[in-house]
Design a protein around this ligand. Structure first.
Ligand code: FES
Length: 158
């Protein structure tokens, strides 16, 4: 996965140690771990609990309370579809509906093969909406067929 390191307990420990002095350090730690590894490994929970003198349940509670955190490695491809106002006026909700109806792809739902489609609010590409961000690349005027094709990309050929 581009940009993320594989889970490594030693570097997780040093990330946690470097933030342990902060007030309310749990969230900064979780964000830092996710930035490094792409998700918050369940193996990080006891490390955070130990560093902050919290119970594992408290750390786990923080992870599940905030929806930002992944607890499994991220999918092979993340497609972020803008559903903010300008893209709405350019038809993004029709794209969402068509994805569901024609392609069986639920935005913010289950992965499609190795890909997920997630909602995002404004990608700064409003004039060319509906906009999507695919593996960090901005795409304008997307339609459902294009997104469905991008979801297939990572799949093995059948
Ligand atoms: S509203 Fe979609 S890119 Fe700005």
């Amino acid at each position: 996965m581009a940009g993320y390191s594989a889970w490594n307990e030693e570097s997780a420990r040093s990330i946690i140690a470097s933030l342990a002095h902060l007030e309310g350090a749990t969230l900064p730690m979780l964000h830092a771990l996710q930035d490094e590894f792409g998700y918050v490994s369940p193996q990080a929970v006891p490390l955070i609990a130990e560093a902050l003198n919290l119970s594992r349940a408290e750390v786990h509670g923080a992870i599940t309370f905030y929806h930002d955190f992944r607890t499994a490695p991220p999918p092979g491809r993340v497609i972020k579809l803008c559903r903010a106002e300008a893209c709405q006026s350019l038809g993004c909700e029709a794209v969402v509906a068509e994805l569901e109806r024609e392609h069986g792809i639920t935005v913010d739902g289950a992965p499609v093969g190795d890909a997920v489609v997630e909602t995002v609010y404004c990608l700064g590409n409003c004039a060319l909406g509906p906009s999507a961000l695919v593996d960090g690349e901005l795409i304008g005027r997307v339609d459902a067929a294009r997104i469905a094709g991008l979801c297939q990309h990572g799949k093995a050929h059948s």
